[in-house]
Write a protein that binds this ligand. Structure first.
Ligand SMILES: Nc1ncnc2c1ncn2[C@@H]1O[C@H](COP(=O)(O)OP(=O)(O)OP(=O)(O)O)[C@@H](O)[C@H]1O
Length: 239
């Protein structure tokens, strides 16, 4: 899905949270959204997913306005995932039931992704009793199970063990290659962005201050805010 953001403004009270004149995202690419706390990263993802309305401006998908049909092809995984009060299996099968997939297909597709995410052993467990990391894994499996064409992930590996981060990154890259889907991923982990993202969008105080090739920006940026952020984060994650 090609995504175009035009003259986007988001305001809460009299505070402007986002102010983006233009952002063009291409199908098949993985974009990292980076920036300080409160920069507007989560708000941007929520607006692209259709969960939040912009105050001004618009989002188009493949040249057309976002509507309910297009929203069915978009998945969004929250920074603080919410699971339904039922089993892990039911949680992960929900997007397929919603899309009226038949029962046999649901069973095999859900079992495949539970195996891929190494969470088969908890499939009958009640989701409300899971640990923070397990909750995040289940939420991600639920977000990816229906082969979405656009994947929006808000800090998907924030609560995840280092050993497991590789599995999640591979799962994301696999879907990007297989389905040519557009992926936006918010991360504070610069090493992760360097590993999996084609391009980065650097947000500060609601504005895009850098946009482009990850390696170029990392190597050549002379912007003080970006430089400070990238260098500090890079040191933290590469100790
Ligand atoms: N519903 C809301 N009402 C009022 N202010 C809000 C609301 N949602 C977000 N904000 C404010 O908007 C700003 C941007 O929030 P957002 O969650 O998009 O930032 P972020 O870049 O994702 O931050 P972080 O890295 O801490 O997750 C923050 O100052 C936040 O307090």
């Amino acid at each position: 899905m090609d995504i175009k953001v035009s003259n986007l403004k988001k305001q809460y009270g009299n505070k402007i949270i986002l102010d983006i004149e233009k952002l063009e995202l291409k199908s098949g690419k993985i974009y990292g959204i980076i920036g300080p706390n409160g920069a507007g990263k989560s708000t941007l993802l929520k607006i692209i997913s259709g969960l939040e309305e912009p105050t001004e401006g618009e989002i188009t998908i493949n040249g057309e306005k976002l509507d309910n049909i297009k929203m069915k092809h978009i998945t969004y995984s929250n920074q603080k995932p919410y699971l339904y009060r039922t089993t892990v299996f039911n949680n992960v099968s929900y997007p397929l039931k919603f899309r009226k997939i038949n029962k046999e297909n649901i069973n095999s597709t859900v079992n495949d992704i539970l195996r891929e995410f190494k969470i088969e052993h908890i499939k009958e467990q009640q989701a409300v009793r899971l640990s923070g990391g397990e909750t995040q894994k289940v939420a991600l499996a639920r977000a990816l199970v229906f082969n979405p064409r656009c994947i929006l992930l808000d800090e998907p590996t924030a609560n995840i063990d280092p050993d497991y981060i590789d599995l999640i990154e591979k799962a994301v890259i696999k879907r990007n290659k297989k389905n040519h889907c557009t992926i936006l991923i918010i991360t504070h982990n610069i090493s992760q962005a360097r590993r999996i993202c084609d391009e980065i969008i650097f947000l500060d105080k609601g504005k895009v201050i850098e946009f482009g090739d990850m390696k170029d920006i990392f190597t050549n940026s002379t912007n003080n805010i970006t430089r400070k952020f990238l260098d500090a984060e890079y040191c933290v994650f590469n100790k």
